[in-house]
Design a protein around this ligand. Structure first.
Ligand SMILES: Cc1ncc(COP(=O)(O)O)c(C=O)c1O
Length: 413
């Protein structure tokens, strides 16, 4: 008889994102019209030149393996982009192309993990950050956020232990939409430096800041010698250039040693990133300024037009300062977020993600497996709405959500 699966992976419950994704798919397959506000997939497309470069590469047979670190031309273009747009001093030797930033994050975490090491994540986080940390062998330590879901230095310090090795920063944040100020970034970096931690900066939503310019965490250490730098930055083509299905990202490592380690990890994981997709990436970087500005405008218009009714209905405190998501407070419905999301899908055909999916608190055993888990209680009143979707859908979905809260509050459950 086969013994029960004891792997770390086997101990990780499937995320609420996946559950709602499946429920929405089942509704749609059953013929129901579903307003999809649960996934961060944009309603707009990449520039024509991006598809053209992909097709051209395929047609001319440029479809062999590239090196594990990616095409030199793409890496050079990205080093230039990081210098001029992000203020980051990278180098081709320290920049790796990855099949999506999700895979880049996973490989980076595998490169940094050491037995018993802890990683600091915010209590309200993108579930993939938690899953990947566990899979890489980190013990996740979740620190409570301050008012407005902002990081609070004292709480982070209090959560840290002598085993802490990495602090993960995600600004603009998924799911909260919080954009860190330069002052907050400086303080977080100073803390990490003082405590000997490395920093992972996930900047997937770098082009979606609506109140102020995006500031890259690694820009604060561009004048330091490479050997003293601690920030590894992760970027994606998915959001800025609407290339979610192409699967293309990149990681700018703080130092050459970590870059070399990650090359070994990537050789084992992927061998390389799709060659035609990297050619599409070269076209995207060349046309980046226009594309990113146009895409930001589309999402900002969605935010400014469709989300204010949520504020008027008392379900949202303020418009998100960045990213693609709003955390909506459905306490007034009297329903737990998970039940709310399922009923909203059933009754109104609108898919949103329950907040507890972003606030799992695992109890991890000595071998890195989840023994048990619960959810931060305050997240049971939140649902996440993605506002990167078709404006008509978004407006309809938001109005139906408000209507549903009102019906529940009025006792018409
Ligand atoms: C915070 C954050 N980081 C990274 C990603 C990964 O994007 P991709 O793997 O498409 O590059 C996402 C996707 O939603 C995200 O929300």
């Amino acid at each position: 008889m086969r013994s029960e699966l004891q792997s770390v992976a086997g101990s990780i419950p499937s995320s609420c994102l996946l559950r709602i994704f499946r429920a929405a798919q089942a509704s749609a397959a059953g013929g129901a019209e579903v307003v999809k506000l649960h996934v961060g997939d944009p309603y707009f497309d990449p520039a024509g030149a991006v598809a053209g470069a992909f097709v051209d590469a395929v047609r001319r047979g440029d479809t062999k393996y590239t090196g594990v670190e990616g095409l030199p031309a793409l890496r050079e273009a990205l080093v230039d982009k990081l210098r001029t747009d992000n203020g980051i001093d990278s180098a081709v030797s320290r920049l790796l192309i990855t099949p999506g930033s999700c895979q880049g994050l996973a490989a980076l975490l595998q490169s940094l993990a050491e037995p018993g090491a802890e990683i600091l994540l915010p209590e309200l986080h993108w579930p993939v950050h938690l899953q990947q940390s566990l899979l890489a062998g980190f013990r996740p330590v979740l620190y409570p956020l301050g008012p407005g879901f902002r990081p609070d230095l004292e709480r982070i310090e209090a959560a840290a232990t002598p085993d802490t090795r990495v602090l993960l920063i995600n600004s603009p944040a998924n799911p909260t939409g919080v954009v860190l100020t330069p002052g907050e970034i400086t303080a977080l970096l100073a803390l990490a430096r003082r405590r000997g931690w490395q920093v992972i900066s996930d900047e997937a939503y770098e082009h979606f800041c609506y109140e102020r310019e995006h500031v890259s965490v690694a820009s604060f250490e561009r004048d330091l010698p490479v050997g003293e730098r601690i920030v590894h930055s992760v970027f994606t083509f998915s959001k800025s250039f609407a290339m979610t299905g192409y699967r293309l990202g990149y990681v700018a490592l703080a130092d050459d040693r970590t870059a070399d380690v990650m090359k070994v990890v990537q050789e084992a994981n992927i061998i390389g990133t799709s060659t035609p997709v990297q050619h599409a990436g070269i076209a995207a970087v060349a046309g980046r300024s226009d594309a990113a500005a146009a895409n930001r405008k589309l999402v900002q218009r969605n935010r400014d037009v469709a989300l204010p009714p949520l504020i008027q209905a008392g379900l949202l405190r303020e418009l998100p300062a960045g990213g693609w998501y709003a955390m909506v407070d459905v306490t007034r419905s009297g329903l737990d977020a998970e039940e709310f999301a399922l009923r909203l899908l059933e009754r109104k055909g609108v898919a949103v993600v329950p907040g507890n999916g972003f606030a799992m608190r695992p109890d991890v055993d000595e071998r890195g497996r989840i023994r048990s888990h619960d959810y931060a209680p305050w997240a049971r009143h939140l649902v996440r709405v993605a506002f990167c979707v078709d404006p008509g859908w978004l407006e309809t979905g938001v109005l139906k959500l408000i209507e549903f809260v009102d019906e529940c509050a009025g006792g018409a459950r």
